[in-house]
Ligand binder design. Structure first.
Ligand code: SF4
Length: 374
């Protein structure tokens, strides 16, 4: 493999223009079948395209598929989503993470119904004005659902383009350049298929490791393939160290198995989702002392620390939660703002993954603990 960055490689640029027709020909033969994708030649449903694009942000195709199917069964069109209560939307989203997406999704559906008569706007400007719709989503929905000549640049496309042109500037700084390079390739005919073909090429052929250059429709013009250093693209800025935060979750279990949950405020991280009551999450190098965490207990109960705790990685920090458990009598009254949730109803509650893990950890401990033990 040749080293990158030398003057001889600086001159390496696509020997020829990557032809959209070559990519579209490959796409026609090899396109992925995805539940939100229209059949070949059929018009895509903007609602399904938009829903899938929001779900796919920060989440893999494999992880999204079961959520998408359940969500669509529950909210088959934008009207049903717009008229649903917020709790039902959060419930259907629980487990997918990045919960602001669900809040924006709901707000967007309401805007489409209230301001656009239930039809998604068919222009980039109109799409961009919708809640939770940024430049990428607007371009993806615009191209796929309305055949607008927009460059939808996701991580797959960044990889493909950065390799073809050997873009030396690291991400994220290179994003505007990569978008401009992509936009210059968007054909006037079939821009929606072109957008999906780019995504498929990145997902199926131009993979992060061991790209299948030998069967790539753009192997001819690809500068990184010629240089033999495709895997080193896209260049990435060194990662910053991810800080750690620590906190406590208090899992109160009634003798009949019900658990006390509350709903987080609508704004902020995990906004509108359910959780066992807990204290503040503080940035630190280590878990605070148990006595200190216990001062944050939301009410008096025979709290005991469940060994082990729960760990979860968010985008910008790692979280470690100490889990305290109390087993209380059947007549224990729920404090203000907290409610009893029966064990059988826990699966249907809007618990995000980290809180689901905390509740499960507490219940596992409670299963082996003596009720009411101090
Ligand atoms: S030739 Fe290889 S590196 Fe270049 S775009 Fe195709 S798969 Fe990616």
């Amino acid at each position: 493999m040749r080293k990158s960055g030398g003057p001889e490689l600086a001159a390496l640029r696509p020997q020829s223009r990557p032809e959209p027709a070559a990519l579209l020909g490959w796409y026609d033969a090899h396109r992925r079948t995805l539940p939100w994708r229209a059949a070949s030649g059929a018009q895509a449903d903007p609602y399904r395209v938009w829903l899938s694009e929001i779900m796919l942000q920060q989440t893999t195709v494999t992880a999204v598929q079961p959520y998408y199917a359940r969500f669509l069964a529950r909210f088959p069109d934008v009207n049903s989503l717009a008229s649903a209560p917020a709790e039902a939307v959060m419930q259907a989203w629980a487990g997918l993470g990045y919960y602001s997406r669900a809040r924006n999704l709901h707000a967007c559906a309401r805007t489409v119904v209230a301001e656009h008569g239930g039809r998604f706007p068919a222009t980039l400007e109109g799409l961009l004005a919708l809640p939770g719709v940024g430049p990428y989503t607007a371009a993806a929905v615009g191209a796929i659902a309305f055949d607008l000549p927009a460059a939808a640049v996701d991580g797959n496309v960044e990889r493909v383009i950065s390799r073809i042109y050997r873009v030396e500037e690291p991400l994220p700084g290179a994003k505007p350049r990569i978008r401009a390079l992509t936009q210059a390739l968007v054909p006037a005919r079939r821009p929606g298929d072109f957008a999906q073909a780019m995504m498929d090429l990145g997902a199926m052929i131009c993979t992060p490791r061991r790209p299948a250059c030998g069967v790539c429709p753009w192997m001819g013009p690809c500068a990184a393939r010629a240089a033999g250093d495709a895997e080193s693209f896209p260049r990435k800025a060194p990662k910053k160290a991810v800080p750690s935060r620590f906190g406590a979750a208090f899992v109160c279990v009634r003798a009949d198995g019900a658990v006390l949950l509350r709903t987080r405020p609508p704004e902020g991280l995990l906004g509108g989702m359910d959780e066992p009551p807990g204290g503040a999450w503080r940035e630190s190098d280590a878990m605070p002392a148990t006595v200190e965490l216990l001062q944050e207990a939301p009410f008096d109960a025979p709290w005991r620390l469940a060994p082990g705790g729960v760990r979860h990685v968010f985008t910008h920090f790692r979280l470690e939660l100490a889990v305290f458990v109390a087993i209380v009598a059947p007549d224990f009254a729920a404090p203000a703002g907290i409610r009893w949730v029966r064990r059988a109803d826990l699966a249907g509650s809007a618990l995000p993954n980290v809180m689901r893990k905390a509740v499960a950890h507490g219940l596992a401990f409670a299963g082996g603990a003596e009720p009411g033990a101090a």
